[in-house]
Unconditional design. Structure first.
Length: 587
């Protein structure tokens, strides 16, 4: 069957000039104006009946269809970074959406003022049962709220002080090309390619990538200083003590929970050190460079064109359930997956879903088995998004802290699919790669969390950091998790220029958090395939409970002992790798 390998944005609008775009933005504006007129300055919190009615009407303002214009231009700009007209329209749409959102910002602020004794009463009211958790979060966040005017300014300034800075750095980087084999390739393609190359070519391409990153590091320096100082101003005004405080609260974790989690994983960096020591031996090197971190030990002897990779990913998803494989098939037929890298296209991969709007997945295909795991990873997000639609609008989607649980759970099915026809040698290669992916997802992401924390603390203390200091700081934290087997240089620290997740304010811990939880879910499924029903229970919960309570509802207690068990699982994989390496006379 012929699949569409580029996004079909016609699922949203005909083109950038579609008159329906303006009509849809206008619809949101009118709804917000109408809501403001009806409730601002009026009594809607004195009784549970009044509050329930107001909450029902406010929920409509979160309907996904109202954000279709924003999604259209967001996607357009990610695959056409040279489209100035699209960027201008994206900015215009964002401004109109932010202005409309500001008109109803009074609503949550007013609810937050409800007296504590009445809060307790309302939380037990049957009329407000649907909104109980939503209200709990409002009451919890109340002490960090500012005045209505201040909240409105924050929304408006976020575009100029955050979004535009990230956009320009990203746009400049995506315009860069790197010399390879006598031609220029997109920087994004070089990032995906270099670790699969022979040593000399790998080091040569990595060096040129680093030179390119350094050449645009001045803009990244200015960007991160702007983001850091913007975050500092807002946090101080709200009363947050730590740079990550607001992110953790938004993710519905507690500060202690994540501080303890990060400290635990950091204390286990020796597991990563041990793996890289074995990795160096397998590569016949006394000391590795940072470019050697994710080198495969050999090639799995199959041609992985996209059709082959798609078949593997589809079969892997079918192991969890046929409906998941059918969803992937549907996406490919509809043009909801953009497959191949090209100049001006965003690097990496992601899934974006907003309610009932079409889900879109971005890939940057290379002829390697990893792309099959990327597909199942992003489909995990898509499945999570789809199942969360069973919740009321306010609870659809999911918090950042659990976002990676579903993706990493479904990703693990790819290895099972490959195992059935791989030789022992190829299984060894796959096990090795699985471990370094786990090491990256768990230990590198917590090292990044530690880096972000120190970066923001130093910006708050000193006002600004130079690009050289940023690079040295990232060098320190990368060396911390890599250990003595890898020589991390200051030039390697310029990874900060193109590590996009650093711009998402402490997003990276969710990979480690989700990764360790997903291991348990997967192990439970392997023991009993009917456990997929428990997994679906978690996936269908959306944002209706805290992450801790969602997992408790399926019998998982996310405490220190639980996460230690997951870390021991990685260590057991390292043991298995070492034994298999000796058996095959690799070391």
């Amino acid at each position: 069957m012929k699949y569409k390998t580029e996004w079909n944005l016609g699922l949203l609008y005909k083109n950038e000039n579609d008159p329906q775009i303006d009509k849809d933005v206008l619809k949101l504006e009118k709804l917000c104006e109408s809501f403001e007129k009806k409730y601002k300055g009026k009594d809607f919190i004195s009784s549970s009946t009044k509050l329930a009615q107001a909450l029902e009407e406010h929920e409509i303002l979160s309907h996904s269809q109202l954000f279709k214009p924003w999604l259209y231009f967001y996607l357009t700009c990610d695959i056409h970074t040279d489209n100035q007209k699209a960027f201008a329209k994206k900015t215009s749409v964002e401004q109109r959406v932010n202005t409309s959102s500001n008109k109803v910002s009074f609503f949550v602020l007013e609810i937050a003022k409800i007296a504590i004794e009445k809060q307790t009463k309302y939380l037990s009211e049957q009329k407000l049962k649907k909104f109980r958790y939503y209200l709990q979060k409002i009451f919890l966040n109340a002490k960090y709220n500012l005045s209505e005017k201040e909240e409105q300014l924050i929304t408006l300034f976020s575009q100029t002080s955050e979004t535009m800075w990230v956009d320009i750095r990203q746009k400049i980087l995506l315009e860069q090309t790197v010399a390879y084999n006598g031609k220029k390739i997109p920087f994004s393609k070089a990032k995906d390619l270099y670790s699969d190359l022979p040593k000399n070519k790998r080091h040569s391409l990595y060096k040129r990538m680093t030179e390119t990153a350094k050449s645009v590091s001045t803009i990244a320096e200015a960007e991160l200083n702007a983001l850091g100082n913007y975050r500092k101003v807002i946090d101080e005004r709200r009363g947050f003590k730590m740079p990550y405080s607001s992110s953790v609260l938004n993710n519905e974790n507690t500060e202690k929970e994540i501080e303890d989690f990060a400290a635990l994983v950091t204390s286990k960096f020796h597991i990563a050190h041990r793996f890289y020591k074995i990795h160096a031996k397998l590569l016949n090197e006394k000391k590795l460079t940072f470019a050697d971190r994710r080198v495969q030990l050999g090639k799995i002897k199959r041609k992985f064109d996209f059709d082959t990779v798609f078949t593997i990913a589809k079969s892997a998803l079918a192991r969890a359930g046929k409906k998941y494989a059918n969803l992937l098939e549907e996406f490919m037929q509809n043009g909801q997956i953009d497959v191949y890298p090209r100049k001006g296209k965003q690097s990496g991969g992601y899934q974006i879903a907003i309610g009932t709007l079409p889900t879109f997945i971005l890939l940057n295909f290379t002829e390697s088995v990893q792309i099959a795991e990327t597909i199942t990873h992003e489909m995990g997000h898509a499945i999570h998004s789809k199942l969360s639609l069973s919740q009321p609008i306010i609870y659809q989607h999911y918090t950042t802290s659990v976002a990676e649980v579903a993706s990493m759970f479904f990703e693990q099915f790819t290895a099972l699919e490959l195992d059935q026809y791989l030789s022992e040698e190829e299984q060894f290669i796959l096990l090795h790669r699985k471990i370094f992916e786990d090491v990256y997802a768990i230990f590198a992401q917590v090292a990044c969390f530690n880096f972000e924390t120190e970066l923001h603390q130093q910006i708050r203390k000193q006002g600004q950091l130079s690009k050289e200091d940023m690079a040295k700081l990232l060098q320190k934290h990368m060396q911390g998790y890599c250990g003595p087997a890898i020589n991390v240089t200051e030039d390697d620290g310029y990874l900060f220029v193109h590590w996009n997740h650093i711009r998402y304010y402490f997003y990276t811990y969710s990979y480690a958090y989700g990764g360790l939880i997903s291991r348990t879910l997967f192990e439970n499924w392997k023991k009993d395939h009917s456990y997929i029903n428990k997994v679906e229970q978690f996936l269908s919960a959306g944002k209706s409970m805290s992450p801790k309570d969602i997992f408790a509802s399926i019998g998982i207690k996310t405490d220190k002992a639980f996460f230690e068990q997951g870390l021991k699982g990685i260590e057991a994989d390292v043991d298995k790798l070492e034994k298999l390496a000796k058996k095959l006379s690799k070391i």
